[in-house]
Unconditional design. Structure first.
Ligand code: WT7
Length: 654
């Protein structure tokens, strides 16, 4: 990586937002000494957190590190569902709402911890009756409904390993994940609501399984939703209605004792090659860190209503819709549908309806809200909010400030949380009662996490220099391996720095003079333009900083002279004219903000950017378009027509 950095003012580092004295006074953790305490002895610190869980048998060793393989709380035994449900029944939380559900059509349900306990017990009985036992894999292909959490917890109750597949994935993706995990059972629903339409999940499941394409699947459990049950095709002997199976299942299933290092779940993420990676998480360490980060990052109180807008099909949904909140005995909101259905104020209406106090969403959603305009927020009382969170990609300062002003009304701290499917839980985030935030910086590691920014040789980079983010010590919720492919696990995450045993996160980063961490996007998102290191994110940030721009995606296109040329795909805000004049203005704007070498060579206006179903801009596809290549794999794309439209447009513009 070149030493020359052209990152600068547009990252927004000039503004600092300390927590208010009122926030500090009530914060779960307000003494900055915790950072030193945890750093002095991370294992002792994590053991304190682990002790907050219920263990059936205590561990004998906190951490066993045989690089690159870690074990945490070795010899300990526990049960996740007992920790997330049963133990709260012995307290005043028994009658507290565990899950508040808002369906897209407006149907609503509240499950108390007692209700959740009853449902998890019953469904654990269903799985047992279907022959599922400890260590077996169960694929869960469900929408954002309480049964997704119930099915996950039921698996943990009997020690089965779940593999949740996002409900928006295709039959091919589902089949590939079922076969890689060798699941015995699929749990799905007949349908689900999305923008007023019915998504027919059972049909997709059938398409995945048909013709014996998934030989390990013995049974399919189907929850009835959104479709008249008589209109659903059920394969005799293979497919069963959830409610029917419950009629003949035992009402009680005792939680089994699971080893701390037994499998909890597999979650597939896309890799740089075509084949998805099965990120494998185990029990004790994962639950410890999910619980710790949930309680401290979000400053959770018993009175909070926490809403994480992520789907349970992503790790954010695993850790901050299900395991973190329920281990902590919190109240979590689950919403089934789209943010703009039936209107663009749905999220704000929902926050007002339930009095949501802590709200956690993604920068891509925030940029959509910006594009839609503040009138949708102004219709609603958002005064219940007291803390906001961001996750999924670097948040550009413009979006951060908009979120702060228009959603938080300038009195909610914002926690920008950096982590990955692989890390299982937050790794870099402010503690909101301690750390003053800077828009666009995820600030500093969570206590007990040891990481650094290094150069290509693995040596720490000085302040202000771009480098690579590495994690130096094992952490409780780290992935243990890639399911069925330990070689790939070693290659992808641990081979880059060899003997140094550093976890290579794949993200570029920089630490400023105050020690704040600035994430710069995936390292493959860094452009080399005429020998200069330019982050795609930085140019995007500068573009979005212009009042006419709603969203921008920037890629480096191969250029004979400069190595790479900067190519920007831009969507404009409602009411703006996307024309030649604006192209000139925007090029000049970026030039002024970042310096002339950062001026985009091409700017292309488009109505939509191609995104994965989890909301990440698919830069690889944009690169293919800009370089005139045949389009690669588009299976994870939310709307494939976006790409073909863009390709036609780009060709015309040349
Ligand atoms: C990648 C991991 C973590 C759950 C959702 C994504 C990027 C994530 C941030 C952030 C900058 C971020 C990184 C990371 N990322 N959060 N706050 N600031 N970048 O999980 O799909 O495994 O993606 O998302 O590039 O490596 P994932």
């Amino acid at each position: 990586m070149s030493n020359e950095s052209v990152m600068g003012s547009s990252l927004g580092g000039d503004r600092v937002f300390p927590p208010s004295p009122e926030f500090v006074a009530q914060a779960n953790v307000a003494d900055a000494a915790i950072y030193q305490t945890a750093a002095a002895d991370p294992e002792a610190y994590w053991a304190e957190w682990a002790k907050k869980l219920d263990w059936i048998e205590p561990w004998t060793e906190v951490c066993q590190w045989n690089p690159p393989h870690a074990k945490w709380f070795v010899g300990g035994k526990l049960n996740v569902s007992a920790n997330c449900v049963d133990r709260h029944l012995k307290t005043a939380r028994r009658n507290k709402a565990a899950i508040i559900f808002e369906g897209e059509p407006g149907d609503s349900r509240v499950l108390t911890y007692q209700d959740l306990w009853r449902e998890v017990n019953k469904f654990a009985g269903v799985l047992t009756n279907l022959g599922v036992t400890k260590g077996d894999r169960v694929t869960i292909y469900l929408p954002m409904i309480p049964e997704a959490a119930i099915a996950m917890l039921a698996c943990t109750r009997i020690g089965a390993i779940h593999s949740v597949v996002f409900g928006g994935f295709s039959a091919d993706s589902l089949r590939e994940r079922i076969n890689d995990s060798k699941s015995k059972v699929v749990v799905t629903s007949s349908g689900s609501w999305r923008r007023g339409n019915i998504v027919r999940l059972k049909d997709t499941t059938d398409a995945a399984l048909d013709g014996g394409a998934c030989p390990t699947i013995e049974n399919v459990v189907v929850l009835s939703r959104a479709i008249d049950p008589t209109m659903v095709r059920m394969v005799e002997g293979r497919d069963h209605w959830w409610h029917r199976l419950e009629e003949s299942a035992p009402r009680l299933t005792e939680p089994v004792a699971v080893d701390s290092e037994d499998g909890l779940f597999i979650l597939y993420t896309s890799g740089s090659t075509g084949k998805p990676k099965g990120i494998y998480h185990t029990t004790g360490g994962y639950l410890t860190q999910a619980n710790a980060t949930f309680q401290w990052t979000f400053d959770i109180k018993d009175t909070d209503i926490f809403w994480c807008t992520a789907d349970v099909g992503w790790v954010t949904g695993h850790s901050y819709v299900v395991y973190g909140p329920l281990a902590a005995g919190a109240t979590v909101l689950m919403y089934e549908g789209a943010p703009d259905w039936p209107a663009r104020d749905r999220f704000w209406a929902t926050i007002e309806k339930y009095g949501v106090s802590v709200f956690y969403t993604a920068p891509t959603a925030i940029r959509s809200f910006m594009k839609w305009g503040t009138e949708h927020l102004e219709k609603h009382d958002l005064s219940s909010l007291r803390l906001l969170g961001s996750v999924g990609e670097p948040i550009n300062p413009e979006a951060w400030l908009w979120y702060h002003e228009n959603v938080g009304h300038k009195n909610c701290p914002i926690v920008d949380t950096w982590w990955q499917t692989e890390t299982g839980a937050h790794m870099i985030t402010p503690l909101p009662g301690i750390v003053a935030t800077k828009p666009g910086s995820a600030t500093r590691p969570f206590p007990g996490i040891t990481l650094a920014v290094v150069d290509e040789e693995g040596n720490p980079t000085p302040a202000g220099k771009d480098g690579l983010l590495v994690i130096q010590k094992p952490w409780p919720s780290m992935l243990r391996t890639l399911w069925g492919d330990d070689e790939r696990y070693k290659n992808v995450y641990w081979s880059k720095f060899g003997e140094k045993n550093l976890y290579f996160a794949g993200d570029g980063a920089r630490q400023d003079e105050d020690g704040y961490l600035w994430l710069l996007g995936r390292v493959d998102d860094i452009m080399l333009v005429a020998g200069h290191n330019i982050s795609t994110m930085e140019v995007e940030s500068a573009l979005v900083d212009h009042h006419a721009v709603a969203e921008a995606a920037v890629i480096g296109r191969t250029d004979a002279i400069k190595g790479q040329a900067i190519c920007a795909f831009v969507t404009v805000k409602e009411g703006q004219t996307a024309d030649e004049a604006l192209i000139k203005v925007l090029k000049a704007h970026v030039g002024v903000k970042l310096g002339p070498i950062c001026r985009p060579d091409d700017i292309l206006f488009t109505a939509e950017l191609p995104k994965t179903r989890s909301g990440k801009i698919m830069r690889r596809l944009l690169r293919d378009i800009a370089e005139g290549r045949a389009l690669g794999d588009t299976t994870t794309l939310a709307d494939p027509s976006v790409v073909s439209g863009l390709k036609d447009k780009y060709e015309q513009s040349e």
